[in-house]
Design a binder for this molecule. Structure first.
Ligand SMILES: [Mn+2]
Length: 313
């Protein structure tokens, strides 16, 4: 046995797939002979908290800097991300051994050889389900529950354009193992995540925030999902002000927040920064008061990031 510690982590501003993929992959590595510990980059959001409580998991340990957390280094597997800006700070001191992801490849670079499994599916946990099956590993009931939750979350109960037949197929396998009714459990879970009643404007614009870079400029894009946009859009001006504070504090060229209505599958995109031309070019729609309404739009990865980065070029 080696005494190297092995960790699995999802991205900064963790979402349900990020935390549950770390739990599921750490368990798979452990079952296959490499004891591994899941960690996360920050506190679980409401949806993920609901999931962890429902299936009886403790909150994984939070790591904000690898050099401080593991001064002697260790092995690190990344799930649900690969871009350097989304990896927990100080990761250069760790030995990155693998990546399981379903996002675009950004600026990913390692010192040594690495196990990579990337597929253009709707959720990292879909790929992990396949890895369990390919390795003839049983999926424990409660692990299947959090894996299913992640697929429901990332595909918004199979409604997102990122959802593939493979996601549905793996979700149904997981539901059978977990003993969960996908529709009723899924709606309860999404409802728990869509409760924004106690969030400040600063919290709202930072929800599920990710950074992206293009042509030497960095932008942030957050996403908040709700079942009714009336209350949140009533304070659109205040939210744009909060975005501007976020943008200037971090020197971003722009900060965006997607306000996604899960039920009618639309997104209102708010932004700050001198990017009217970028937004107009990206979406070809009328912009008004730093916002643009995008029907049939739920996916940051597929429908927001590519047009915005494309328009920045
Ligand atoms: Mn994901």
């Amino acid at each position: 046995m080696s005494d190297v510690l092995t960790f699995v982590s999802g991205h900064k501003s963790p979402d349900t797939d990020s935390i549950c993929s770390a739990i599921a992959y750490a368990n798979l590595l452990t079952q296959m002979g490499t004891p591994a510990t899941p960690v996360c980059a920050g506190p679980a959001n409401k949806e993920t908290t609901y999931v962890l409580n429902h299936f009886g998991f403790a909150h994984p340990q939070i790591v904000t800097n690898w050099e401080e957390f593991a001064p002697n280094g260790g092995d690190l597997y990344l799930t649900d991300h690969n871009e350097s800006k989304q990896i927990i700070d100080g990761y250069k001191s760790m030995n990155i051994r693998g990546v399981i992801d379903h996002h675009r490849i950004g600026d990913f670079e390692t010192d040594g050889p690495v196990f990579i499994r990337m597929e253009p599916v709707g959720c990292t946990n879909t790929i992990l389900t396949k890895l369990y099956i390919e390795n003839n590993q049983d999926i424990p009931k409660h692990i299947a529950g959090v894996m299913l939750s992640a697929i429901i979350s990332d595909t918004v109960l199979f409604r997102s354009p990122t959802c593939t037949e493979t996601d549905k197929e793996m979700a149904h396998k997981l539901a059978a193992i977990a003993g969960v009714d996908i529709e009723s459990y899924g709606l309860d879970m999404l409802k728990a995540g869509a409760d924004i009643s106690d969030l400040s404007n600063d919290d709202i614009v930072r929800t599920d925030m990710k950074e992206f870079s293009e042509g030497g400029q960095t932008i942030s894009i957050g996403q908040i999902s709700v079942m009714d946009t009336t209350d949140i859009l009533a304070k659109q001006g205040e939210l744009v002000d909060a975005l501007e504070s976020l943008r200037s504090a971090n020197n971003y060229s722009a900060s965006y927040i997607m306000i996604t209505n899960i039920l009618d599958e639309s997104t209102t995109l708010l932004y700050s920064g001198d990017v009217d031309a970028v937004v107009t070019k990206a979406f070809g729609k009328e912009i008004k008061d730093n916002s643009v309404f995008l029907p049939n739009t739920m996916s940051r990865k597929k429908q927001i990031v590519p047009p915005i980065l494309g328009a920045m070029k």
